[in-house]
Design a protein. Structure first.
Length: 162
């Protein structure tokens, strides 16, 4: 393989890595389970506000329930490009197939890992006597005995400090 062909292959792989990385970062930025984040459709909607006292708080993992498949697809594409630069003839074909399979598995694993966030399960004793447990992103900390607002109605239920 000439040095020009190797340079073109390297450039193609490098460009693919940059494009896929940017797309993965953009794709992961959209989901939030924060009590402070509202979607455009949730803004300017009335919510029911109830008061209560935090009974307990425990850490949970919040995992995306809608994997896009983009991680596996982009990993397979990158693996195929990388594998195609190895060997020649049948060896090249086998390396490309192996790159596609391994790249797809790696891309899927990356997507599953980036789809996890640290969360809290907050158990609240409402002033009306009911007990509610709400899981949300761990961006606001709560302690047992703390007075809180529980917002619910049009969209997710949220716990916010009083």
């Amino acid at each position: 393989m000439s040095s020009f062909t190797q340079f073109r292959s390297f450039r193609l792989v490098l460009t693919s890595v940059v494009v896929v990385s940017a797309a993965l970062i953009a794709g992961c930025a959209g989901q939030s389970a924060s009590s402070s984040v509202y979607t455009y459709g949730q803004a300017q909607n009335e919510q029911i506000v109830r008061l209560g006292t935090v009974q307990s708080v425990r850490y949970v993992t919040i995992q995306s329930d809608k994997p896009s498949g983009f991680g596996a697809a982009s990993g397979a594409a990158l693996g195929g490009v990388a594998g195609s630069t190895i060997g020649g003839g049948k060896g090249n074909v086998l390396a490309t197939i192996g790159g596609v399979i391994l790249g797809g598995l790696a891309g899927n694993a990356v997507e599953n890992t980036t789809g996890k966030k640290q969360g809290l399960e907050i158990t609240v004793q409402m002033d009306n006597g009911e007990t509610r447990a709400i899981a949300q992103e761990a961006d606001v900390m709560f302690t047992a005995g703390q007075r809180v607002r529980v917002l619910s109605g049009n969209g997710p239920t949220r716990v916010t400090p009083l």
